[in-house]
Design a protein around this ligand. Structure first.
Ligand SMILES: [Zn+2]
Length: 286
C-alpha cells in the first residue's frame, strides 16, 4: 500500500488532471505490416516441426526468416513465457519495453515484436490469434502482455524469506537457452530477458495500479502465431503458474504442456522484405 499523499492538492489540481493524454508513439508514424498479405501467404504453408514444451519446463526451436511458428494450447489452460533471439546473435533479443511502447501493453494480430538496441527492428509479426476476441475485460485485463517480467527465483527468494524454487520461467528459460547455445548456465542466464506472456491474462488495477493476473481464457486448441521477420531462436517456458489464476513459483498449480509448431511457407508475403538493421548511425552526436 502506498501512503496517503504528504502534499496538499494545488487549487488547480482538477484542471491539471483533466488534461487529455496523447499517444506517445502514434501508429500513423509506425510502419505497420500488411497483415492481409502475411495471412494470404500463410495459407499454403506446411508444418515441418513440432516441439513439445513440458509443464514447468522450457524448450527451444529455431525458425528461419519467412517461416512461421505457432504456440498451441494442448491439454488445458496454460500460460507460456516467450524469449526471442536472433538465431546467430544472442545480443539481438526481444525488447519488451519498446515493443510495449510501440504497440500497447498487450499484443495481437498485426503487432510486431522489436529487438534490442542497436538493432531495434521487427523480429516477428503476430499473424494469428484465436484469443483476439477477448480484447479488454471489465477489470482492464487482456491477454499476451509485454508488461510483466517472468517469474524468477530471485523475486521468489525475496518474497518468501529465501525460498528456493528452480522451475520459475526464468530458470526454465536459462536451462533451455544453455542447452540450445552450448553456453554455461550462468552465461546463458545473462541473455534471458523479459518475455511475451503468451495466453496470460493481466492488467493493472485501476485504484492502485498494481499488476494483476487472472485465470487465462485459453482453451485447448487455441494458438498464437508469429511470422519470423529474421532468423530466430525461440525459447518458451510452460509457466509453473499453469493458467495463472492463483500463484506461481511453486508446484501447486495444475500445469499443462504447450506445443510449438514450425511452418514452412510455399511463398513469401507479397511485398515483404527482410527488415534492415536500424538506420541510426550510432555517432551519438560526436
Ligand atoms: Zn512463469
Amino acid at each position: 500500500m502506498k501512503p496517503t499523499p504528504f502534499t496538499e492538492s494545488p487549487s488547480d489540481a482538477a484542471e491539471r488532471k483533466a488534461v487529455a493524454p496523447v499517444i506517445c508513439y502514434p501508429t500513423q508514424t509506425l510502419p505497420r505490416p500488411d497483415l492481409a498479405a502475411y495471412r494470404a501467404a500463410r495459407a499454403g504453408a506446411t508444418r515441418i516441426d513440432t516441439v513439445v514444451v513440458p509443464p514447468r519446463e522450457a524448450a527451444s526451436w529455431t525458425v528461419p526468416a519467412g517461416h512461421s511458428f505457432r504456440i498451441v494450447s494442448t491439454k488445458g489452460p496454460q500460460v507460456g513465457d516467450l524469449n526471442l533471439f536472433h538465431a546467430d546473435n544472442l545480443n539481438e533479443r526481444l525488447y519488451t519495453g519498446k515493443t510495449r511502447a510501440l504497440n500497447g501493453t498487450h499484443l495481437g494480430p498485426g503487432d510486431q515484436l522489436f529487438s534490442s538496441f542497436p538493432y531495434l527492428r521487427p523480429m516477428a509479426t503476430i499473424t494469428d490469434d484465436t484469443l483476439d476476441w477477448y480484447g479488454f475485460d471489465a477489470f482492464g485485463g487482456a491477454v499476451h502482455d509485454v508488461i510483466g517480467t517472468r517469474c524468477d527465483p530471485y523475486t521468489h527468494a525475496l518474497l518468501s524469506e529465501g525460498g528456493q524454487y528452480h522451475h520459475c520461467c526464468h530458470s526454465n528459460l536459462t536451462r533451455a537457452l544453455a542447452e540450445a547455445s552450448g553456453l554455461p548456465l550462468l552465461e546463458a542466464e545473462a541473455h534471458v530477458h523479459d518475455v511475451v506472456n503468451v495466453f496470460m491474462c493481466t492488467g493493472f488495477t485501476r485504484d492502485t495500479g498494481q499488476y494483476f493476473m487472472k485465470a487465462s481464457p485459453v482453451r485447448p486448441g487455441d494458438y498464437l502465431e508469429f511470422f519470423a521477420e529474421i532468423d530466430l531462436l525461440g525459447c518458451l517456458s510452460a509457466c509453473p503458474g499453469g493458467d495463472c489464476s492463483a500463484q506461481h513459483s511453486s508446484d501447486a498449480a495444475r500445469c499443462h504442456p504447450l506445443l510449438v509448431e514450425i511452418y514452412r511457407p510455399d511463398r513469401l508475403p507479397e511485398g515483404w522484405r527482410p527488415p534492415a538493421l536500424n538506420s541510426y548511425d550510432r555517432s551519438h552526436g560526436r
